[in-house]
Design a binder for this molecule. Structure first.
Ligand SMILES: [Zn+2]
Length: 199
């Protein structure tokens, strides 16, 4: 937006860096904010800053947390004998929405991908092994994505946990190559109830 005022151009440039926001959408959003009253624009800016300041990772499961522990780890009604392993914090949300699962989580922070230079030490795998090693965990559900990297990650973890807990994998039925994040509730719920034990 080189022909407009510089501050407008800067906002368009920042907005267009967001995922899924192209140049045209960024311009539309910027013009919307320009016309909006001060309060609306301030509320948006404040929400972004507050999130960056207050939201971090849970010290136990690495889910998103406001404070040292996430809401799920803090909830005394959760079943602490089951841990569901997912790739990203965004994966927790669709699983919670199914209401099929009452255990705890462990967020790896990605999946094993040698091509992208992601190995076991880049993920929270050692932390998971420690949690299971501390005892009291009877089942670990591997809910990594049904992608090549997600499957490789599940196999790696299953091997590491052999003999320490029952390791299960979500039933097939999730679209191959899709992200958990985009699975619908019914499919994901069925994948949970139909999970199978890995040998
Ligand atoms: Zn947590």
């Amino acid at each position: 937006l080189s022909e407009g005022p510089a501050p407008l151009g800067r906002l368009v440039a920042e907005l267009s860096r967001l995922p899924g926001i192209g140049q045209r959408t960024a311009q539309r959003l910027a013009f919307h904010l320009l016309r909006a009253d001060d309060e609306e624009a301030r509320a948006l800016a404040a929400a972004i800053l507050e999130m960056k300041e207050k939201v971090g990772l849970c010290e136990v499961c690495f889910n998103l947390a406001e404070g040292p522990r996430c809401r799920i780890c803090e909830d005394p009604r959760r079943d602490t004998t089951v841990i569901c392993v997912v790739e990203e914090p965004a994966d927790v949300i669709p699983i919670e929405r199914t209401h099929e699962y009452r255990g705890l989580y462990h967020v790896l922070g990605g999946a094993l991908s040698p091509i992208d230079g992601v190995d076991a030490s880049d993920l929270k795998i050692a932390e998971l092994l420690r949690r299971v090693g501390d005892g009291g965990v009877r089942e670990v559900i591997l809910a990594t994505n049904p992608t090549t990297t997600g499957e490789a990650t599940a196999l790696h973890i299953a091997e590491q946990l052999r003999g320490q807990a029952t390791v299960t994998r979500l039933a097939s039925g999730l679209p191959i190559g899709a992200d958990l994040e985009h699975a619908d509730e019914v499919t994901l719920g069925n994948a949970f109830t139909g999970r199978r034990t890995l040998e």
